[in-house]
Design a protein around this ligand. Sequence first.
Ligand code: MN
Length: 259
Amino acid sequence: MKKNIIRFTFTASLLMLFSCNDNKLTEVVEVPLPTKEEKITIGIPADVKADEGSFALTKLPFAYDALAPAIRSLTLETHYSKHYLGYTNNLNKEIVSTEFENAPIEDILKKMDMNNAKLRQNAGGYYNHTLYFDILTPKEQTPKDTLAGSINKEFGSFSNLTTQFKNEATKQFGSGWVWLVVDRAGKLQITTTENQDNPLMRNALIPGTPILGIDLWEHAYYLDYQNRKGSYIDAFYKLINWEKVNENYKTALTKVKKY
Ligand code: MN
């Protein structure tokens, strides 16, 4: 297994000075302080597997350090191998021997009882993070093809979409997501949800199929940006795989009539 090891070593020594004014003698004694060694080992995404169950993790097609410095390896690894894995394993556990055991995730999100907090959090967390990790790429892109045409038609320009999306993300208070969705009429819209909810759920303000989503939970950016949420939003926006979003868009359009 290939591993990148980042090693932080803190060594220090304390110089203690003893002086004696009477005979002008100065003694220098070196007292070693405890050595603290913190080792952070970054693994590889392919080694992370969900427990046996209905849903598996989406494959991360790049290494944990591929998005650095915008999103650094420790953030990406923790997000993918801890948070996302946790939602996936919990969802798999939650649906065992229920009507949802073999259902597609979209159906679970649309049909589940919103008062079932565990299912709501974990089904949402699974779906949202699967989309999030699917639409990231190390190389900056702009929308092309069908999606580019629709963005220009419905938002006026890509720059208008960008401004609106970033504004919504900046305004989002507390943990939640901002989405680009295809609504029930097949129109592109920007919308927001709280916690791990998403626009496929019954409580959506603008129901639709998400084709792009930004995770605004602090775990998505705090290690890299602390309180500078705006810097994370700008950095994320440059990592969007618009080719993938275009695929999501075309797939979502085919589902519009099924609502
Ligand atoms: Mn997250």
